[in-house]
Design a protein around this ligand. Sequence first.
Ligand code: SF4
Length: 389
Amino acid sequence: MTTANATASTASDPGRPVNLIGLPRAGLEEFFAGLGERPFRAVQVMKWLHHRGADDFASMTDLSRVLRAKLEEMAVVAMPEVMAENISTDGTRKWLMRLDDGQRIEVVFIPEKDRGTLCISSQVGCALDCSFCATGKQGFNRNLTTAEIVGQVRQASRRLQGVVTGRDRAITNIVLMGMGEPLLNFDAVLPAIDILLDDLGYGISKRRLTLSTAGVAPAILRLAEVTDVALAISLHAPDDALRDQLVPINRRYPIAELLDAVRTYLGKIGDWRSVTIEYTLMDGVNDSLEQAEALANLLADLRERSKINLIPFNPFPGSGYRRPTEARVRAFQTHLLERGFATMLRTTRGEDIDAACGQLAGNFEDRTRRRERYIARLKDHGVITHQAV
Ligand code: SF4
């Protein structure tokens, strides 16, 4: 069973074919040991799956006929299917990908001169409902499997073949910053990270693989025990009162607890590495100079170990927030620079195709009724007159 859309599963679903895309090297070795095969089979098969992009076992000609027949029975090679591709005037690409249960997610590729960043999703929707995020407004359906997370990278690599020229690989950086909170899908995300870092997988450097979290503090501590990929924190506010409104998970894990977890993570990953602080600037909400000063004070002890990414808000219908003027954005940045923080202004990319930060919405069945309430609110306020969201 090797069709591209076959039912995705993992090694932990007994009786169902295993989707080999979702098994890291150790898991594949275990899988082959179960078939009475030697560990080097995992090496062979990973190369076929992730380097050569094989979709069927018949093409894996260095495996015996008998083994290929066994794999046909017990395993699949399945990845999300591309339903639509949008290409921005700035070269950013957004794909709407369909999962085997019909849910849809979005994946974005951002080309730059010296690198190509792929922004992937970890959940169908997101349960956290940050007030300025389009994904949050769509509600939540389910966690992605490891195979579905890795499958986004595999599918994107295929779609980018021949598109990016002048360097070995189109995708040099991966950010877990699309739909969903990766640390609330820890058990699927971790093996996906393994595969993305592995030379037999996608060979992404740990400094170029970034996990972005809204602040699930205990899971950051857990992460520190098992990996050392780059970490980004969606902070967006310098104090708990405001962050409680913008990023509701702050009510559970307030800023002090979150930053303690970040310090622990930094302590584990080495002295020279830093954390990225994401800060979406919204007009009149969190963009004053007093707030820049409060942010600098809050992060004072992390100044040498952090980079602040300022993201001017990307509007979407009914969000209720506005993007600040360029002058306000620059003033906020200048203040942080003067306080000694490495502070970048993130250029908005892919805005014309709704691929910019916070704009990903996918198209899926919401289990939380949040989308329904959001649409009702838009109608109440006259933002829409029919279901356009
Ligand atoms: S910002 Fe991230 S964590 Fe918050 S709702 Fe959006 S996807 Fe979820």
